[in-house]
Design a protein around this ligand. Sequence first.
Ligand code: PMV
Length: 306
Amino acid sequence: MHSAPAKIILFGEHAVVYGQPAIAVPFTAICAKADAQRARRGSGLTIKAHDIGKVLRVTPHATGNPLVFAARLTLDKLNRRPPDLTIHIRSTIPVASGFGSGAAVTAALIRELSAALDSPVEGDALNDLVYEIEKLHHGTPSGIDNTVIVKGAPVYFVRGLPPEPFTIGRPFTLVIANSGIPASTRETVGAVRKLYEADPPTYQRIFDEIGGLVREARAAIEQGDAPRIGFLMDRNHEYLQSLTVSSEALDKLIKAARDAGAVGAKLSGGGRGGNVIALADPADAERIASAFREAGAAMTWLTTVE
Ligand code: PMV
C-alpha cells in the first residue's frame, strides 16, 4: 500500500501562477491510498476508484481518464506492459475542494504501481509525472500542488525552480474549514487571467505585492512569529478579494473565525469555494472550528504545522 497526503496553501495562491513565491504544507489527516492485488494471469491492469465508483481498464492505448493516463505514463516511463494487477484507490480527501485530491490520488497510484513492478518512481521523477496529470485537471497549474504532495514537507515554491524546504520556527495551529462549495481551479485561474489581460499593470502590481508578502510570511514562519503570520494571512486574503476569487460564503466564514479569536484567516487554494484557513491560539481552536460550522462550513479540521 502506498499513500499521499492532502495539501494546504498557506500563502501566495494565484500570484504563484505568475512567477511569485507561494508557501504550502502537507495536510496528513486526510490522504489517498492505493493498494495493488494480484489478478488472474492475462487479466491485465485494472484500477478500482472506490470513492467515485469507477472500474477502469488500463490498455496500451486507453486515454481519457486521468488515472488511466497516469498508469500509462508510468508504464511507458518504465518501459513495461500492463501487469496483471487490480489497484484499489481510496481517498478521504474531498474532491474539488482545494486539498489537491487529484494530485494525491495520482501520486499514490504511481507509487503503488511502480513499487509493484519493483521499480519505485519517487522524488523528481514522480513529481514530473504527477504534474503531467495536473495539467489535465487544471490546464496551466503552477506545480505547487504536486510538489508539496510528493515531497510531503512544507515548501516555499517558485514556478519552474526547485522547491526550497524551510524550517517552521515554532509549531502553529491551523483550523481548516471546507465550505462545501465545489470550486473549479481551472475557472478561477481563468477568471484571474482575464482580469490580468484586461489591465496588466494593475494586476501585475497585485501579484508583486502578494509576492512580497509571501517572502515576509516565510521569515515570520521561520521566526515562529504567530501574530505576524496572522497579520499577513489577513492581508493576503484582501489581495485575493481584489482578484475576485473570494465569495460571500468564504468571507462569512473568515469573519466568523476572526470574531471567534483567530489570529488571522484567509481562503486557501483556488477560491470561490473550497477551503478557508485560520491561524489559532491552541486554546481558541475548538471555538473557531465551531464558529466555522455555525457560519456554514461543511467540515472542519484542526492541524498543527510543524
Ligand atoms: O485549488 P487548489 O488548491 O488546487 O490551488 C490552486 C492554486 C492556484 O495558485 C490558484 C493555481 C496554481 O496552479 O497554483
